[in-house]
Design a protein around this ligand. Structure first.
Ligand SMILES: *[C@@H]1O[C@H](CO)[C@@H](O)[C@H](O)[C@H]1NC(C)=O
Ligand SMILES: *[C@@H]1O[C@H](CO)[C@@H](O)[C@H](O)[C@H]1NC(C)=O
Ligand SMILES: *[C@@H]1O[C@H](CO)[C@@H](O)[C@H](O)[C@H]1NC(C)=O
Ligand SMILES: *[C@@H]1O[C@H](CO)[C@@H](O)[C@H](O)[C@H]1NC(C)=O
Length: 761
């Protein structure tokens, strides 16, 4: 047989088998929504690109949008409506000068808007890369009009030079925090605060080593703090690990934090952070040898609870070629505790030159290096960081890295998925019909889709994947407004606004309930799948179990007549309502099995070379398993007749397959090859260990049972576990975790040797 054909078939198979194999719940989105103008409100302007900066102005009902050389004010309720805009273009002179410095980078020699923050009610702060010469300006919004004030300020250290470089920024209590690099080569990375006094990080690889900044968040840790602690700003990034003795450069994910009240040191660390501390963040994906790297982090807090219950949801992608992405969640209290109580790493020189980073076990100066000024320090006469003693400052200057790595809630990812790489994440909470609250994750991907997923008591369920943009372009920014209840996603080519749920996509009660979308339920009175918030009536919903047995009997489907000539081909359509459902066919009430002339397709049935025995009543059934049972619905019915009476109403396809003999044999050969390919693929997958992964998504391990509601308390117990090896991922048991627990244990000072001993038992 021809080899190219074989190759083509094998190459086409993987995506098909992923869907066709018994799709495990959770790993495959239950519904794939292809691009449609109704999926979202869109905005883009001719000739303008790179819509990747956003500021939600819920106070004035606007979405401020930064693009290349322009800022827009869009209606927050319908971003297709432009309210105002302002151009901020580089001059020809600037562009020319930049072009000389950087060959072939004409496109980069523009002004890419990168920073947009609110400073006062009618004022905003905006910065752009400005042809590799970053500048900032104030912008006002008055009487429906945006105006730049032309009070340009130097943007160095606030805004990146290179538009391709990732950065992070935050306006916290009118102070701008930025993580970017301070020269046009993209070197000299810094974390700065521009006001009231400019403070920055040290230019040392032990502080920041070729970092890629990802995001920032503030945390009100002074709230109800018995120790009189300060508020913090957290920075998420990835960088080259200094602590790894590996043969080549290894990238690790990090979280760093600084204190709001930091003013720098008096002599040591003058105008530098005295509170810059960082730790590794792990997101242990099964079988991965290299650590996964962070792409985005989102802070989610319950307004009714203390900051300690806040969670950081982060998306991770692999370092080397693999198409698995993951989401891990971290408790704010776990992160805070590692910095407040954990051990430090220290560099030691081995031999003459090799530097190794190991746990520091000597004396630690007082006040604790890197700590914010608290009551204890104040009582010792230290009013601010300028009063900190030199030993404390010297210590932290040399050792900003913590020994412990931060582990996710449940010690493992909430979601692992094969497919388009995750790029951004937003999380919101919703109360389901049974009164239970669920955190819903909206994940942007590199292919312009948004995944909507919920973790139901440790079971991951992807409700749907929606294609937002026509072309598969990466989602570069994702925001959520709790006032409009809408998501805003930006890419290089446009911006989209999407509701949190489009319940109408489910047209039957069964599909509405099996979708397990906490936002939607079946309203019996109107016979529609509706938003919970929009109905006062009783609603059928079963998010935890997917139990559709309370659904009323569905109306019978229409049964169109199809006719076909003897020897002809006919396709009967039956689009599957769910990626998790299997479709089966019946003829006159008897189940059909695949034979050479009856081909089961993903979206229908193909009758080849029809004969009189093919006439009858065809019924397509969708069979979907959920936790509470198996639910069957009739998707389509057809009355098929054979004979000259038909007038070509049936869809005649593949006419060449009608010829007898050789071509049918050819088809059989192709099917045979497909089977061989499938078997080879399955074997390969088992061999590579790919296949066990999906069922990990579905089945709950004992641990994950407790991780359902993502309570921070549980994870706290294991937050201070020993530093795990960087490269191989091991798992700790609950018993082990409990041993390390600092506060719920009688023996808080368990040391490593004794643990080793217990481990050996
Ligand atoms: C949003 O605004 C556009 C342009 O004014 C309009 O065509 C569209 O119908 C609006 N969409 C919604 C959902 O209101
Ligand atoms: C700033 O400059 C632009 C372009 O020159 C001009 O349109 C705008 O009115 C100026 N803004 C102010 C506040 O003067
Ligand atoms: C801007 O958008 C264009 C697509 O028009 C893309 O090729 C380019 O990489 C983008 N630049 C940046 C800095 O994102
Ligand atoms: C939205 O979130 C903010 C905090 O981020 C909160 O202060 C506000 O009350 C929330 N608004 C609504 C309508 O939930």
């Amino acid at each position: 047989m021809r080899l190219p054909l074989l190759l083509v078939i094998c190459w086409l198979l993987p995506p098909a088998t992923m869907l066709e194999e018994d799709s495990p719940l959770g790993c495959v989105p239950r519904r794939s929504v292809t691009y449609h103008g109704d999926n979202a409100n869109l905005f883009r302007e001719e000739g303008v690109f790179n819509y990747s900066t956003m500021l939600l102005r819920e106070d004035v009902g606007l979405l401020m949008l930064g693009a290349r050389e322009a800022v827009y004010a869009l209606d927050l309720n319908n971003i297709s409506k432009k309210v105002s805009s302002v151009k901020w273009e580089v001059t020809q002179q600037q562009e020319k000068k930049c072009g000389i410095k950087r060959d072939n980078l004409k496109m980069e020699c523009k002004n890419y808007i990168r920073i947009l923050h609110k400073v006062e009610d009618d004022k905003m702060y905006v910065c752009g890369t400005n042809a590799f010469d970053p500048e900032c300006d104030y912008m006002s919004y008055k009487d429906g009009k945006l105006t730049l004030e032309n009070k340009t300020e130097d943007g160095k250290g606030k805004c990146p030079f290179d538009p391709h470089q990732r950065y992070a920024s935050l306006m916290f209590e009118k102070n701008l925090y930025s993580a970017t690099s301070t020269n046009f080569l993209g070197l000299e990375p810094v974390l700065t605060r521009s006001t009231p006094v400019t403070i920055r990080s040290e230019f040392k690889t032990s502080w920041l080593h070729e970092p890629t900044f990802v995001s920032m968040a503030d945390m009100p840790e002074s709230e109800t703090s018995a120790e009189g602690d300060d508020d913090k700003v957290y920075l998420f990034f990835r960088e080259i690990a200094v602590e790894c003795d590996c043969y080549n450069r290894l990238v690790v994910s990090r979280v760093a934090r600084v204190c709001k009240g930091d003013l720098g040191g008096q002599r040591t660390l003058q105008k530098k952070w005295t509170s810059f501390m960082k730790a590794r963040m792990d997101c242990p994906v099964l079988e991965s040898q290299l650590p996964y790297i962070i792409q985005d982090a989102y802070r989610w807090c319950d307004p009714q609870q203390s900051w300690k219950e806040c969670l950081f949801y982060a998306v991770f992608t692999p370092q080397k070629t693999s198409d698995l992405s993951a989401v891990c969640a971290y408790c704010a209290s776990d992160i805070s505790r590692v910095f407040a109580e954990g051990k430090y790493k220290t560099p030691v020189t081995i031999g003459t030159s090799v530097v190794k980073w190991v746990m520091y076990s000597g004396d630690v100066p007082v006040p604790r290096p890197g700590a914010c000024i608290n009551n204890e320090a104040r009582n010792a006469g230290i009013a601010d960081t300028l009063d900190l003693p030199d030993p404390t400052l010297q210590f932290i200057k040399l050792r900003p890295l913590m020994d412990q790595a931060i582990q996710p809630v449940g010690q493992k990812p909430l979601l692992v998925r094969r497919g388009a790489a995750f790029s951004r994440i937003v999380v919101t909470q919703v109360q389901a019909a049974d009164g239970k609250k669920h955190n819903v994750m909206f994940i942007g991907t590199e292919e312009g889709t948004i995944l909507k997923a919920v973790n139901y008591n440790g079971e991951m369920f992807i409700i749907e994947e929606v294609q937002l943009f026509q072309a598969p372009e990466p989602i570069k920014i994702l925001k959520f407004s709790n006032v409009t209840g809408q998501l805003y996603a930006g890419s290089d080519y446009g911006v989209a606004q999407m509701p949190l749920a489009t319940c109408e996509r489910s047209s039957s009660c069964m599909s509405c309930v099996l979708a397990r979308d906490p936002y939607c339920g079946w309203d019996k009175a109107v016979g529609k799948c509706v938003r919970l918030s929009s109905s006062q009536r009783e609603i059928i919903q079963s998010v935890m179990e997917g139990d559709a047995s309370f659904c009323p009997k569905a109306d019978p489907v229409k049964r169109p007549n199809e006719s076909i000539w003897p020897g002809g081909n006919l396709k009967l359509h039956c689009p599957s309502p769910s990626n998790l459902a299997k479709t089966t066919w019946e003829r006159d009430g008897a189940a059909l099995t695949a034979v050479p002339h009856l081909q089961f397709l993903r979206d229908g049935l193909l009758i080849l070379n029809a004969s009189h025995s093919d006439a009858g009543r065809y019924r397509c059934l969708s069979v979907e398993h959920s936790k509470s049972g198996t639910f069957t619905t009739t998707v389509a019915e057809y009355q098929v007749s054979i004979g000259p009476t038909g007038s070509g109403k049936g869809s005649f396809i593949l006419p060449e397959a009608r010829r007898d003999g050789p071509s049918v044999t050819g088809l059989q050969v192709v099917i045979g090859l497909l089977v061989v390919c499938l078997l080879a693929l399955l074997t390969w997958n088992f061999y590579k260990g790919h296949l066990p992964l999906p069922w990990n998504c579905r089945k709950k391990s004992e641990q994950s049972q407790e991780q359902g509601d993502l309570k921070c308390g549980d994870a706290q117990r294991s937050a201070l576990t020993e530093d795990k090896p960087l490269v191989s991922v091991t798992s700790i048991t609950r018993e082990e975790a409990a041993l390390y627990a600092p506060d719920e244990n009688d023996h808080p000072n368990v040391n490593l040797p004794s643990l080793q001993f217990i481990d050996d038992e």
